[in-house]
Design a protein around this ligand. Structure first.
Ligand code: MN
Length: 201
């Protein structure tokens, strides 16, 4: 089995003016491509190229840093591109909207909590909305870790519904040090239909 860099469902400039075309292109063709290549090399080296990424992450503590870092880098970006869209609707509908209200008080409160998790992640990492049993949680992880890896505290593990990359490479060209402005822009391009699909699985 070999992991493939996915095509995006939209053009690099499709998320303008919220996310800029040059950042999107470099992020996909350089950063994500490198994680994908390096992950393929690392799983071959470890003799686990017969396993899925999810299977690897369940036991990722047993493998090399190269498997963990590049595996997360490969997988997290696949999720991230999919939960972005040029046709952002601003908020979810139906059961997902209700579940967010039930878990966080209101949709605005959820956005505030998620934005704070993304803004305060020190250094590089990700912010997540996850489903854990019938609960929704906002978490964040450092580097390329994610909530399905066994290295993450059990209390912060679950099914990933929404992902936000807060590495500087995701925003520095357009926003420089202003990570909160990048996070505000993110809300305009979230694909709530995709988040809803993950929620219903
Ligand atoms: Mn990234």
């Amino acid at each position: 089995m070999s992991f493939k860099l996915p095509e995006l469902d939209y053009k690099y400039d499709a998320l303008e003016p919220h996310f800029d075309a040059l950042t999107m292109e470099i992020h996909h063709t350089k950063h994500h491509a490198a994680y994908t290549n390096n992950f393929n090399n690392a799983v071959k080296e470890a003799g686990i190229d017969n396993l899925s990424a999810e299977e690897i992450f369940q036991n990722v503590s047993k493998y090399s840093a190269a498997v963990r870092n590049n595996g997360g880098g490969y997988y997290n970006h696949c999720l991230f591109w999919k939960n972005l869209t040029p046709n952002g609707e601003g908020k979810p509908t139906g059961e997902l909207f209700k579940a967010i209200e039930d878990n966080f008080g209101s949709f605005d409160k959820f956005k505030e909590i998620f934005s704070a998790a993304a803004a305060t992640r020190f250094g590089s990492g990700w912010a997540w909305l996850i489903k854990q049993g019938d609960k929704l949680l906002v978490t964040s992880t450092p580097n390329q870790d994610n909530p399905i890896m066994d290295v993450v505290d059990e209390k912060e593990r679950g099914t990933i519904l929404l992902a936000l990359d807060v590495w500087e490479h995701a925003y520095y060209l357009k926003f420089q040090n202003r990570r909160p402005d990048y996070i505000n822009s993110f809300w305009n391009v979230v694909d709530w239909k995709e988040v809803n699909n993950r929620f219903k699985k």
